[in-house]
Design a protein around this ligand. Sequence first.
Ligand code: 13P
Length: 247
Amino acid sequence: MTAPTPLIAGNWKMNGLADALGEARRVAAGLSGTAARVAICPSATLIQRMSAALAGSAVMVGGQDCRAEISGAYTGDVSAEMLADAGANLVILGHSERRAGYGEADELVAAKVVAALRADLEPIVCVGETLAQREAGEALSVVTGQVRGSLPAALAGKAFSVAYEPVWAIGTGLTPTTPQIEEMHRAIRATLSEMFGAAADTAAILYGGSVKPSNAAEILHAAEVGGALVGGASLKAEDFLGIIGAI
Ligand code: 13P
């Protein structure tokens, strides 16, 4: 099996004005010989300026969501084509904050993945269980169900990654134990193999949820962890570089 190239992506969520571009520049300047691919996903309003600021650097830029349609009467929404036009290379889809806050179900996430591929954006598809689901012993079935429902057949042979983000670990400082992370990542890997065969061997399975410089090495070296999707700790270049350096 060809091991996936690790990906460390920062999800800035709804944070960052123009002055935050300096943090992105500091990340680019601070990268030295990392084996990982590195991306920052700022708000849609910053994508174009960040792409320009990072042009020629090793840091890719991504969106945080997109609408499935190419264009039309969808006030306030942004299409995959618009993200690509602004300079994005990737897009986060199905984040739990969108699943919970906007009622995004697997079918919609899958349609957005198709849109991302149509626009030549590499999707990062998020999955993860709630605390209630974990406590009910449903974590594995919920997450593998989300993988099956959110990843369309069109992904076969395409570059993509899956981010396992337990909802209860996001922004809380809590993280699963390493055996819990490994159990879930192995289950996701097995599901990807069933769905796509060897074509999905190069898809990285990222972990997300309270990743910080102090826990990054243990998480990133766990079995089947192919990188991280980082929220709060990606807002400061020093912390994000500390995580990247732990790979
Ligand atoms: P935190 O790293 O802030 O917990 O957020 C994780 C996340 O939601 C990344 O998409």
